[in-house]
Design a protein around this ligand. Sequence first.
Ligand SMILES: *[C@@H]1O[C@H](CO)[C@@H](O)[C@H](O)[C@H]1NC(C)=O
Length: 215
Amino acid sequence: MLKRLYSLSILLLSSALAANALHFYLDANEKRCFIEELPTDTVVEGHYRALEWKEQSQSYVIDDNLGIHVDVEEVESGHTVVKTKGPSDGKFTFTSHDAGDHSICLSTNYTSWFSSTHIRLYLDITVGTTRADSEHDRTHVSEVAAKVRDLNQKLEDIRREQQYQREREADYRDLSETTNSRAVWYSLAQIVVLVITCAWQLRHLKNFFEDRKSR
Ligand SMILES: *[C@@H]1O[C@H](CO)[C@@H](O)[C@H](O)[C@H]1NC(C)=O
């Protein structure tokens, strides 16, 4: 049962993590933003990888001179959550403090306005509620714990009931035993009384006949 619950929670957990993998194209001086609506205390992890178009090879390749700026802002308050400069392949993580729209913006660190560099950017954003998940797990655990406690309580009740039953049986046995022994004593007393009465009557009768004979 525990194992089943565990896999269930894994299932819930994985469905709570919404992953968005995408790729897009960016010009050197361009900035691309994504709006992500987030609840409070949500951990967002983003992985990105930028490739630069090279005319010589006619393909997108890794360029160590290429850097990526990541800016995350709370749209409503304008509060900056993240502002980093990273390499062409990197990641960023942040936790939302307020619920609402967050803009996640990526741009290159190429400043030339005349540059016509084309960038291909792979972005993988994972929106997970790590804190909520741990709470979720905790409630799961406490649910299981509560069930175990309930079961233990029931077991204890049953054990007590059995003990009570056993004691009652013992009492009953004792009672019937004393009743039996009392009955035996009673019968013995009756026999004794009977014997005495018989003896007394016999003596009486004997005296009676002896009196008659002697007259
Ligand atoms: C852009 O960032 C990369 C990686 O951090 C760095 O090597 C490069 O010098 C930077 N270029 C400019 C123009 O700032």
